[in-house]
Design a protein around this ligand. Sequence first.
Ligand SMILES: *Cc1c(COP(=O)(O)O)cnc(C)c1O
Length: 545
Amino acid sequence: MALNQSGWRPEMSSDGRATASTSTGNKALMLEEALIFEIGDSDTTGVDFDFPGAPANAGAPGSEGGARGPGFLRSQEHKLGSLARTAPIGLPGLSEPETVRHYTRLSRQNYGIDLGFFPLGSCTMKHNPRLNEKMARLPGFADVHPLQPVDTVQGALDVINQLAVWLIKLTGMHGVAMTPKAGAHGELCGILCIKAALEARGEGHRKVILVPESAHGTNPATAAFAGYTVEDIPATPEGRVDTAALKARLGPDVAGVMITNPNTCGLFERDMKAISDAVHAAGGYVYCDGANFNAIVGRVRPGDLGIDAMHINLHKTFSTPHGGGGPGSGPVVLSEALSPYGPLPFTERFADGHITLVEEETVGDRHPRSFGRMSAFHGQMGMFTRALTYILSHGADGLRQVAEDAVLNANYVLRSLDDTLDAPFGGSGPCMHEALFSDAGLADGFSTIDIAKGLIDEGFHPMTMYFPLVVHGAMLIEPTETESKAALDQFIAALRSVAERAKAGDRALKSAPHFAPRSRLDETLAARKPLLVWKEAVPVAEAAE
Ligand SMILES: *Cc1c(COP(=O)(O)O)cnc(C)c1O
């Protein structure tokens, strides 16, 4: 075959599967790209700089002045004002077209929500409508500076204020702290409010926060960071908080509980109101991790469940996908009991429509009990603008439908696959926004990671793996409301075929992915000894000295 002679070699692996390698390592139009440090050099640049020359007081100008050319970036005498570089700059250089290609090629290896389905559970990776981006990029929002006088940013403050009002209405709470910059930051805000409220009551000695086993990892981390002792509350076999065990642990040393609802098993905590009543009766406060609000927005008001503080991830429920992709925003809604302790600054609208920023605890004695500041300024303007755009374009009825469709999609995935994969809480009734499976029933030696890697070959980003911890080999899938039935059917078919291979013990799955730019990594080595900084290879002769 002619193609063989020009370098393309079809190969058969031991299990009879055809694989292919090329002489270049490139695959189709995807180039095997080395690191920029390996392809660039310090003599190449896409820009012409004037040689800065010697400082005015350092002898005859003109001796170097105007000199320009290859090598100057490396120059030992390179000076900026009176400062001289003493070592090579060490930055790789490429020409402009090489640079553009390098980064464009890298970007093609990136996976994002705009490329395809992103089934990560506990993450709410949903489509971000382009309208949100258009609004967030309006210069009046995008270019405001946090130190501008408030009279010049009334529109931006109005966006923050309107969003705050929506969040309070949707949750049935009393107040909201807009400044926290992520879910975990919001948790810290809520726990600091609880701490301040307890101290104001003279009960700062309450040092225990109860956290159910199925909690998101950030919950115990937050409580510990705020100086509390974390105690686990077990889950029932149905995947919910063991209410009896929780009630039995309440007492004068308990500051509060942190409960995720809907929880990380994708189930609604039906006893929430009873739990809140019991915690309040015992003198504690109720923190709810509201990162999964997407499943209940417009349907359930956390304020009606007796919750004192709950963060909302604007970058989940209110559309912008997250995860290394940019800033998040985690406003915290607060009960009447906790609102006075919320952080500064916050917006306040006067009867004449003018909005001001309350920046100091003492202003007009209106907010003397704030625990202080979470961040330097008022929060994430771009996230606020996207979230308000999303809310206004959906309206209250549209938001309710978001929750209903998200839950419908998750149940569709759960019921389409529970004949092939083990669904540990499949008997607990419908799930909320996430479908949870375990690795029970896979062939000996096969685990969740093999299914995840197999999915990559089939064109799908893997689901969340090995979380929640209460389920062995957990696979947590959150389709969100933005996926169509056609997209879900494709995913279900792909997951079914990979799961069947894992059940049949197909060895080829153990080394998947085969078609990705990189195949299976040594995950343990990568986690334990990550190579994060490129180091120039030491020439052999030098290394031998
Ligand atoms: C995402 C998430 C968090 C943390 O939110 P970040 O914005 O990533 O800090 C906390 N709890 C749950 C249940 C989550 O899904």
